[in-house]
Write a protein that binds this ligand. Structure first.
Ligand SMILES: [Zn+2]
Length: 254
């Protein structure tokens, strides 16, 4: 028996289908640094559900064994450099405080990118997913020169190309309730966020060409979060008109 939130999502997807449009989803998971049972479970989930996973890895914290044994269809994104909170007093948590000159931050990012690229090999795609999804606007025009072709944050994007040579595709559904004990945010809340983003795109209030992104954090998933993801993939993969896209497809990187 489907709950109201599942029905609302299915209805929204039906509106898209009736309009001849494809619902595009994608999946980003943050904070991978070392091998752990939760990471193994994440990779198995991706493989079993045949849903492409974009894994945002912390380059300077990455264990050399982390990227061994990754199968298809996993892409590695760059999750900042060291994930250290450098926020000044009064600033929200960020690895990139506004006080850091953009050129310095860009050099730090480029160095970390080179390290991650060596470790991740052909799984790596040069897309930056900054920790806490935060990045000063002044840094964005420096990212392409630091070797990045994509940027991924949170919330409906304002621009598909925020700087020349840089493509942006965000996430829109955070399945973790950070303020409520870091467990699963709940089925209703997660599904409603997805339905709202789809409805906003359909109404022209958000960029229709931006895929709706699901954001997970394997290290803090409780049983309810894992069960929800299994159900989400199983349910949506069977729905006509829904496509789960890979990060290379969305960022136009082959
Ligand atoms: Zn993070």
């Amino acid at each position: 028996m489907l709950s109201g939130a599942w029905r609302a999502l299915a209805e929204e997807i039906a509106f898209w289908r009736d309009a001849g449009l494809t619902v595009e989803f994608w999946w980003r998971d943050d904070d991978a640094a070392r091998p752990a049972p939760a990471l193994a479970r994440l990779l198995a989930l991706s493989a079993n559900a045949s849903v492409p996973l974009a894994l945002a890895v912390v380059p300077l914290g990455a264990d050399p064994g982390l990227l061994a044994g990754f199968g298809e269809p996993v892409s590695v994104l760059q999750h900042g450099t060291d994930h250290r909170n450098r926020a000044l007093r009064g600033e929200k948590k960020t690895e990139f405080p506004v006080s850091e000159p953009p050129r310095v931050a860009a050099a730090r990012l480029a160095m970390a990118r080179e390290q991650l690229e060596v470790r991740a090999g052909n799984r790596f795609i040069p897309v930056l997913a900054p920790p806490w999804n935060r990045l000063p606007e002044a840094l964005v025009p420096h990212l392409a020169a630091a070797g990045f072709r994509g940027l991924s944050q949170y919330g409906a994007r304002r621009s598909a190309e925020p700087a020349t040579g840089l493509r942006q595709v965000n996430t829109h559904v955070d399945v973790i309730g950070w303020r409520a004990g870091r467990g699963f945010a709940g089925e209703d809340e997660s599904l409603a966020a997805a339905t709202m983003h789809l409805a906003a795109k359909r109404a022209g209030a958000a960029d229709r060409r931006e895929a709706t992104g699901w954001l997970t954090h394997h290290a803090v998933h409780d049983d309810a979060a894992w069960t929800f993801l299994e159900r989400l993939f199983e349910t949506t993969r069977k729905l006509p008109g829904v496509r789960w896209r890979s990060a290379p497809e969305l960022f136009h990187i082959s």
